[in-house]
Design a protein around this ligand. Structure first.
Ligand code: PSU
Ligand code: MN
Length: 310
C-alpha cells in the first residue's frame, strides 16, 4: 500500500534507479545550497562537481528537489542549471512546504530537512551537504530554530556537514541535538567545526577517525531501531579554514545589518550567506565550496562501506 503511494510521488533519474536496482551505494545532495546558498554560476559548477566527486569515490549521487509536483531523486544537468539560474526565485522548501508544493506543482529547492525526508523515502541513508541549520543567535527571543534539527531528531539519515556556521549559536544547537538524542560525530576532530573554521570551542559527542567506523555506527544505530539522524561533522581542510576573527567580524556585521533591515524567517540564512561572501570579498564562498567537496568525498566513502558491512 505505502510503497504504491510512494511511487506516485517519487521520480528517480536513470542513474539513481539503476543504483537502487543494483544495490549500489548512494549519497543524497540538497538543492537549497544551489538556489539560495551560492551565486550563479558557482552554484551550478559546485553542484556538478559534487556529483562527479561522489562518482569518483565509488558511489552514486542523488541530488534532490521538487519539480513539477514530483519528488525528484537524481537531477539532470539541465535541471541543476535551471535551479542555479533561477536562484532565490525558486522556493526554499523545508519539511513544512513539501505537501503544499507537491499538491500544487510548485517547484522547490529542498533544504536539509526536506532532503533528508525525501532521501529516507527513497531508502538513501547518507547525505552530504555544506552546513546544517540550527539554533540561531538570539533564539531565546525569536524562536528561530531550523527545521533541520527536528528532522535530525526523527528521520533515519546520516548527514555529513562541516559543523554549523557561527551565524548560529553552536552551544544551543548542540544542546538541542542532545535533547533529541542525535549523536554528533567529529570526523578526526574533538571539536565541532564552525563551517568556515575547522575548529570551535564546543566538543562533539564522539570522535571517529575512519569512514568504516562511521559506517558501522550508522548500521548499529538502525539495527537497534534507534530512530533519527546522525550528524557527522567534517572540518573544512585546514588550508581552506578561515581566520576566526575575520569571519566573526563579517558575521557580526551581517547580523547587525539583517536586524536593521528586519529580515526574518527563511530569508535569514540566505541573506547572511551572501552578505558574508561580499564582506569577505568572496573568500567565504571559496571556503564554502571546498568544504562541500570535502563532505562529498567522506559521504561517498561512508556509503561505500555501509553497503559492504553486515
Ligand atoms: N547553510 C549553508 N548553506 C545553505 C544552507 C545552510 O551554509 O545553503 C541551507 C540548507 O539548505 C539548510 C537551510 O537546510 O539553509 C537552513 O535554513 P533555515 O535556517 O531557514 O532552516
Ligand atoms: Mn529559521
Amino acid at each position: 500500500m505505502w510503497s504504491k503511494m510512494k511511487e506516485k510521488y517519487l521520480e528517480y533519474s536513470k542513474e539513481v534507479n539503476n543504483a537502487i536496482e543494483n544495490n549500489l551505494p548512494l549519497v543524497a545532495l540538497e538543492s537549497t545550497i544551489i538556489s539560495h546558498g551560492m551565486p550563479y554560476p558557482e552554484n551550478v559548477q559546485t553542484a556538478l562537481n559534487c556529483q562527479r566527486i561522489i562518482r569518483e569515490h565509488g558511489a552514486v549521487p542523488a541530488t534532490i528537489a521538487i519539480l513539477n509536483g514530483k519528488l525528484k531523486v537524481g537531477l539532470s544537468d539541465e535541471e541543476i542549471d535551471f535551479l542555479g539560474k533561477a536562484g532565490v526565485k525558486i522556493q526554499k522548501t523545508s519539511r513544512r512546504d513539501i505537501a503544499y508544493n507537491v499538491a500544487n506543482k510548485i517547484n522547490g529547492a529542498t533544504t536539509v530537512s526536506a532532503t533528508m525526508y525525501i532521501a529516507a523515502l527513497a531508502g538513501i541513508q547518507v547525505f552530504a551537504t555544506g552546513g546544517i541549520g540550527g539554533v540561531h543567535r538570539g533564539a531565546e527571543n525569536t524562536m528561530d530554530i531550523s527545521a533541520d534539527l527536528e528532522e535530525l531528531a526523527m528521520t533515519d539519515v546520516a548527514v555529513i556537514s562541516a559543523g554549523a556556521k557561527s551565524i548560529l549559536d553552536l552551544g544551543l544547537t548542540l544542546e538541542y541535538l542532545e535533547t533529541k538524542g542525535v549523536p554528533v560525530i567529529g570526523f578526526k576532530t574533538e571539536t565541532l567545526p564552525a563551517f568556515y573554521c575547522d575548529k570551535s570551542d564546543f566538543k562533539v559527542n564522539f570522535r571517529i577517525d575512519s569512514p568504516l567506523e562511521i559506517a558501522r555506527l550508522i548500521k548499529t544505530k538502525y539495527d537497534l531501531g534507534l530512530k533519527g539522524g546522525i550528524l557527522i561533522a567534517n572540518p573544512v581542510p585546514a588550508r581552506n579554514s578561515m581566520d576566526k576573527d575575520l569571519i566573526n567580524k563579517a558575521i557580526q556585521e551581517a547580523i547587525a545589518e539583517m536586524n536593521q533591515l528586519g529580515i526574518k524567517g527563511k530569508e535569514t540564512t540566505p541573506y547572511l550567506l551572501s552578505k558574508i561572501a561580499s564582506l569577505t570579498k568572496g573568500k567565504s564562498l571559496e571556503t564554502n565550496i571546498a568544504l562541500v567537496y570535502n563532505n562529498c568525498r567522506l559521504g561517498a566513502e561512508i556509503s561505500v562501506h555501509l553497503k559492504k558491512i553486515r
